[in-house]
Design a protein. Structure first.
Length: 438
């Protein structure tokens, strides 16, 4: 496989670079942590390496240095005026290079070869009550595939440390190939009467996902391509990414680490946010019997804030502009569903909410993030089961998780083991600690 050959060329270069950096600059300080860091979820603490993506306050996420608009323009597409193929973003995350159409086609074909999920995986999922949350089913379904881990088998055979990335890459291909099959099965089983739809080898990865969900619509295929690209990666410090890296650093294989990452993604403060936002928008529409006036919406927003709640889908820990992922989704909606009622409400919120949040004077980022829009797009095409929305997120984010894991194994990074301190130690030493530099 050409992608594997490309990685085989890059890995020695990466290792040499990392070795030189550690040897020459190992004693250089990046930053000092503070009491606010240890009690504040380590927010902003520079303590990890993640080369797949970075989030900038004024530009949003960059995948290997490429912005969202650049990615949408440069990556290969299923059709000339369409959205980029997710196989291309995975290639970019792994290598740092824009793939050719041939590169992307090869990944799609490799996924086709590996997409058959063992029957026992479906039986494991079937053993759960149908009302079990889809993210529980998804996490268990991922882990049930672990029996086919190449990494575990080769490790037990005495694989060299320099080959860890290779075996991890093999697991990544298998895991990504199977994820849409497992996810779609959970959707059909939970909401559509236990009917499994066949995998089609004439479709790309994202379109196959849409087909197996039961939505054979070219526009929905395009939405899946866009959605899976936009959510593919977001640095290494978010809950799901960090969980994946911590578990993977113990030399657990990808089936263990990605399953664990999904358990973090399921939280209301992480991947659950898009369904919470849509639920709020639905309540807003219900209250006004349709699209409210601008004045009604302004009052509704103030009432929400005055009740002690936040405006879901607005604000971001890093961004200080409208999330470029939101903008991409808005452009999709303007192209394919401009008259959708929920989209019109989202558009009106875009006019109303930022000025109000600015008036408060204490909101660092008054602009919408990706969660302010994504749920409305899924709802438009008939996916109206809120609880499944985070599974979409999980299928996409698995590309970033697997790429980060392969690269960390390529770098030869050790097991994560930060040092913890006690509150007692802090109280005994607070007066002796220097103040952080301004």
């Amino acid at each position: 496989m050409k992608l594997k050959q490309k990685l085989a060329e890059l890995v020695p270069q990466w290792r040499a670079e990392i070795t030189e950096i550690r040897k020459k600059y190992g004693n250089k300080k990046i930053m000092d942590d503070t009491v606010a860091h240890v009690y504040g979820g380590m927010r902003g603490l520079k303590a990890l390496v993640c080369d797949t993506s970075e989030v900038f306050p004024m530009e949003g996420v960059k995948f290997r240095g490429y912005t969202i608009p650049e990615v949408r323009k440069l990556l290969p597409k299923a059709k000339p005026d369409g959205e980029p193929l997710p196989e291309g973003i995975w290639y970019l995350l792994l290598t740092g290079e824009i793939p050719t159409e041939e590169d992307v086609k090869e990944i799609t074909e490799e996924f086709h070869k590996r997409a058959e999920v063992p029957d026992y995986v479906f039986k494991v999922i079937d053993s759960l009550p149908k009302e079990t949350h889809p993210m529980v089913q998804f996490s268990i379904g991922i882990l049930a595939n672990e029996n086919d881990s190449i990494f575990r088998k080769r490790y037990e055979e005495g694989m060299k440390k320099t080959e860890y990335w290779d075996a991890t890459f093999e697991d990544a291909l298998t895991l990504l190939a199977r994820l849409p099959v497992v996810a779609a099965y959970i959707y059909r089983r939970t909401y559509k009467g236990d009917t499994k739809l066949d995998y089609r080898k004439d479709l790309d990865w994202a379109a196959n996902f849409g087909h197996m969900l039961g939505i054979d619509n070219e526009e929905f295929y395009e939405l899946m391509r866009l959605y899976l690209v936009l959510h593919a990666d977001h640095e290494g410090g978010n809950v799901s990414a960090h969980t994946n890296l911590v578990v993977n650093s113990a030399l657990s294989d990808l089936f263990y680490s990605v399953s664990a990452a999904m358990n973090g993604l399921a939280g209301p403060l992480h991947g659950l946010a898009n369904q919470e936002t849509l639920r709020w928008i639905q309540a807003l529409r219900s209250k006004f019997g349709g699209i409210p006036t601008k004045e009604q919406l302004e009052q509704f927003v103030w009432d929400t804030l005055n009740s002690g709640q936040v405006i879901p889908g607005y604000g971001h820990a890093v961004l200080r502009v409208t999330d470029p992922r939101y903008t991409a989704e808005r452009e999709f909606a303007l192209k394919y569903m401009p008259d959708d009622e929920l989209f019109k409400i989202v558009s009106l919120l875009y006019e109303v909410v930022p000025p109000i949040l600015k008036q408060l004077g204490k909101v660092k980022d008054p602009w919408p993030n990706v969660d302010a829009h994504s749920g409305v797009l899924l709802w438009h095409y008939g996916v109206k089961e809120y609880d499944f929305y985070t599974v979409f997120f999980g299928v996409s984010r698995a590309m970033g998780l697997t790429a980060q894991a392969v690269i960390s194994r390529a770098y030869g990074l050790p097991i994560e083991r930060p040092k913890s301190i006690t509150t007692r130690w802090l109280k005994e030493n607070l007066d002796k600690l220097p103040d952080a530099e301004a």
